[in-house]
Design a protein around this ligand. Structure first.
Ligand code: SF4
Length: 241
């Protein structure tokens, strides 16, 4: 599917270039395995990347296909992912997703391996429709769906966490009234597809290092001249004396 060409605003272009200058070039490395990515994202909830990575590796070593993960008793899946925390909840969630995909495919008369089925379901939709489709799967919220779209499929849906949401609003990239849920799809409309990953990583780093929720360090911010926020609040709240 060819991406629609989007001409970014001068403001967004300046913000993007400043983020790249400050935090470096960002390169996405998608594996085009959305089902593996979805299971990995479920495993990453409420734990560290190290623990969830270990749980994922143990899961695919114990059960080489997702059909096996679907069909074994839930406690065996939980045992395999124990190192990722909340094992019982996550095992049930993973099997619910696999069973839902199986039922969907059966209803449509298909018989593909589940990874191929999910890949095709995403590929045949626009990015926004595919993101909405993923959200219909049990336990898959807007951010999990966006992570799969961007990190695994290289499609321009922005995962919006608390940093991305806050910094985007302060910089005036999105309207202050746009909630986090809606913000996931805004970037697909305003940014060229190959910018979305860099914006995502850059905004998170900026939120963690400089643009804190309380007392952002505006006095040392490289994006200061592009920011809609600084003139609108008391300087004492922005670290500028
Ligand atoms: S100027 Fe301040 S509020 Fe604006 S992006 Fe920089 S740190 Fe955040």
């Amino acid at each position: 599917m060819t991406a629609t060409s989007i001409i970014p605003s001068l403001h967004l272009t300046s913000v993007y270039e400043l983020l790249i200058d400050t935090y470096g070039e960002m390169h996405n490395d998608p594996d085009y395995d959305p089902l593996g990515g979805l299971v990995g994202t479920i495993l990453s909830q409420h734990t560290s990347d190290i623990n969830s990575g270990r749980a994922y590796r143990q899961l695919i070593k114990t059960f080489p296909t997702w059909e096996e993960v679907r069909d074994v008793p839930t406690h065996m899946v939980a045992e395999a992912i124990r190192s990722g925390g909340l094992a019982n909840v996550k095992a049930q969630r993973i099997q619910d997703v696999l069973n839902t995909l199986t039922s969907q495919q059966k209803e449509s008369g298909g018989n593909k391996p589940l990874p191929e089925y999910l890949y095709d379901e995403i590929e045949k939709r626009t990015p926004e429709d595919a993101w909405r489709y993923l959200r219909t799967l049990p336990g898959v919220g807007p951010k999990t769906a966006a992570c799969v779209m961007l990190f695994d499929m290289n499609r321009s849906i922005m995962p919006v966490d608390t940093h991305v949401h806050r910094v985007s609003k302060r910089l005036g990239l999105i309207d202050p009234k746009v909630n986090a849920d809606k913000a996931h799809t805004v970037f697909a409309q305003i940014a060229p597809p190959d910018w979305v990953y860099g914006l995502h990583v850059g905004l998170i780093r900026h939120g963690r290092q400089i643009c804190h929720a309380q007392k952002p360090k505006c006095g040392e911010c490289p994006l200061y001249v592009q920011c809609a926020y600084v003139g609108s609040v008391n300087p004492q709240e922005t670290g500028i004396s």
